[in-house]
Design a protein around this ligand. Structure first.
Ligand code: AMP
Length: 373
């Protein structure tokens, strides 16, 4: 089986690592000659919109998938005329645009954050009349890891935002004072078979995921059911094949869908060591028409992102049941360079394991101390 992956970052890298034991082969397309997958797989270096590069990439492949959700929709559609593309390009089109995503949630009766659509920053006052303050203004397109977002608390913030907002379309969302953030990783096979990992608890700083705890603690069965129901609605409505992630805010015993990602997701990295089958293997099984693997967790896991700088490798590996993943990227502020997964038989044991991590991890941005309180 030859699989093509659009995007050569860490998600593609971990997909290939999960596919090699199954005898799969991979080819990547990425605009950067420094893409992490260069270490482990053949790669076409070219723009996602370059038809020549797409043609070279697609030649001889059985299936194409993507690890980057800002691949141009036109390119995915162009490829879909030549080779199977999963998840379907319609999922990409929806997830690339926060307004379309919200409209899909509404159509499927999935509770979501109250919002207003703005064709430009000129509509801000009208939108604020509808939503109120505090609010978050988000670019409709190309936002990720907290980029393209501005929190507006006061009328002064609104005035200042009008000066700096780019000439783009936005959605304005009510600022949700959530109790916690949860996400679900779901997978749907070609036959319509679905599987779900347990909800994961996520901690962000500056819009970037820092820590995931899996399974999330004290999840009421109806909350897990609500998340699975939301995922099934999205999966079935798009005739989806592959892994899908949905991020939620939990508030007053309810889930509000924040956004979805039509790909393997950072909050699912724990599944490599912490579940019977990883999200990466399950994505590959789904898009290859193979039976899905079990999503059962093995004990409790914590996934800690390594952002901007790396700890001493030996100190991390000295902690029992700790796994280190390095993506082979040059350190840069705000860049995801790797992650660490800790596993333990129970959450309490996991927390005591946190204490044995080197001092590097005890800074507030890792959220380790905050999560225990
Ligand atoms: P997003 O790119 O929409 O996933 O936003 C990144 C992070 O910003 C989220 O994980 C939240 O921590 C925070 N955030 C986004 N939207 C809201 C909101 N409407 N209310 C409160 N926090 C938000």
């Amino acid at each position: 089986m030859s699989i093509g992956i659009l995007g050569g970052g860490q998600l593609g890298y971990m997909l290939a690592l999960a596919g090699y034991p199954l005898g799969m082969r991979f080819r990547f397309l990425d605009p950067s000659p420094e893409a992490p997958v260069g270490r482990i797989a053949p790669r076409v270096t070219g723009d996602f919109a370059d038809r020549g590069a797409l043609d070279k990439f697609a030649n001889g492949l059985q299936v194409v998938t993507y690890e980057f959700e800002n691949v141009p929709f036109d390119s995915a559609q162009w490829l879909a005329k030549r080779v199977s593309v999963y998840p379907p390009p319609a999922a990409l089109e929806t997830a690339q645009d926060r307004l379309r995503e919200k409209q899909l949630f509404e159509k499927l009766k999935i509770p979501t954050t109250p919002y207003a659509s703005l064709s430009s920053a000129y509509d801000l006052d009208t939108a604020i009349k509808k939503i109120g303050l505090p609010a978050v203004v988000k670019t409709r397109r190309m936002g990720y890891d907290g980029k393209g977002q501005w929190v507006l608390k006061t009328p002064e913030d609104v005035k200042a935002a009008k000066e700096i907002l780019p000439k783009q379309a936005f959605v304005l969302e009510k600022f949700v004072a959530f109790e916690r953030e949860l996400s679900i990783i779901a997978v749907r096979g070609k036959s319509g078979e679905t599987a779900f990992y347990p909800l994961v608890e996520n901690y962000h700083r500056e819009g970037i995921l820092r820590l995931s705890l899996a399974p999330a603690r004290s999840v009421a069965p109806e909350i897990q059911r609500a998340a699975e129901y939301a995922a099934v609605q999205v999966l079935d409505s798009l005739n989806y094949v592959g892994v899908l992630a949905i991020e939620f805010f939990e508030l007053d015993g309810e889930l509000l869908a924040n956004e979805m990602a039509p790909r393997v997701h950072n909050s699912g990295h724990w599944t490599i060591e912490g579940a019977v089958t990883s999200q990466f293997e399950n994505h590959l099984r789904a898009i290859s028409g193979l039976p899905l693997g079990q999503t059962t967790p093995i004990g409790a896991s914590a996934m800690i992102n390594l952002i901007g700088e790396l700890p001493d490798m030996a100190e991390v590996l000295a902690v029992p049941s700790t796994h280190l993943h390095l993506y082979g990227k040059e350190p840069r502020p705000g860049r995801k360079l790797g992650h660490v997964t800790l596993r333990a038989p129970s959450v309490d044991r996991l927390f005591s394991r946190f204490a044995s991590l080197p001092p590097f991890f005890h800074r507030p941005d890792f959220c380790l101390d905050g999560v225990k309180s």
